[in-house]
Design a protein around this ligand. Sequence first.
Ligand SMILES: C[S@@+](CC[C@H](N)C(=O)[O-])C[C@H]1O[C@@H](n2cnc3c(N)ncnc32)[C@H](O)[C@@H]1O
Length: 263
Amino acid sequence: MTRGFGGEVATCYARHRRGYPPEVLDALTAALTLDADDTVIDLGCGNGQLTLPLAARVAAVVGMDPEPDMLTIARTTAVRGGLTNVTWLLGADHDLATVGRLLGPGTVGALTIAVAIHFMDRTATFTAARSMLRPGGGVAVITNGAPLWLQDSEWSRALRQCLEELLGHPVTGSCQTDEAGRRLNREALVAAGYRYAEAGVAYDAALTVEDMVGGVFSAMSADRLPTAERRAAFTAEVRDALGGRNAVTERVHVWLQYGARDS
Ligand SMILES: C[S@@+](CC[C@H](N)C(=O)[O-])C[C@H]1O[C@@H](n2cnc3c(N)ncnc32)[C@H](O)[C@@H]1O
């Protein structure tokens, strides 16, 4: 079990990370023919950024994650929103086969994995998913844009420079959101016997300095998070580096990679 997304990191994630616009949900439900009869498992669901809007489109969603603090936030948000067709399971990728045995063969419309595949054993996960999926359903691996420090924009370069000064080393981690990471997903889906397809959704959205900095801190493990004072100072440094601006425009590129189970 990971503790990387626990404590303040979970709060930071829920407060500052971008969710998914309706276009992403439209693309996902169309590609895997999801409808009001379907059950979906959202593995690595975190605080429910994808799980919760998905619940509005299908019969039931099970959000599964090894981090209890993320699940607590997800559950609270669902209860506050009056959602009654979503439930939460403390578990990781290696628990998927057991969940599949519990649900039975052909019972699941989709297994979604959003911004979490880099923590998982792809081959074992995609193989375990096969028998639980109904014909025409499938796996969807979703990437919610490049990390904030790695984008091709002036504000992202300024952020990276501030971050490298804070951490004292180059910051190059892509969290496998790049072409090399997508290739790993594509190859593993094909090797596990799925019919592969992909789609992209791109849009412009405002990004405040608070969300930019909070987004960066939500990518750190809980035991490496700077103190609240240092985080406040870092926010001021980033704002200075951006010429005093409080917000920028981010071009968000969401990738959806599907592995469909043939009928
Ligand atoms: C970057 S967050 C993504 C959360 C959410 N899916 C989203 O799109 O915002 C990654 C999540 O993967 C979870 N995770 C880490 N290792 C995992 C594993 N081995 N199996 C399943 N989930 C895992 C973390 O606890 C965290 O909640």
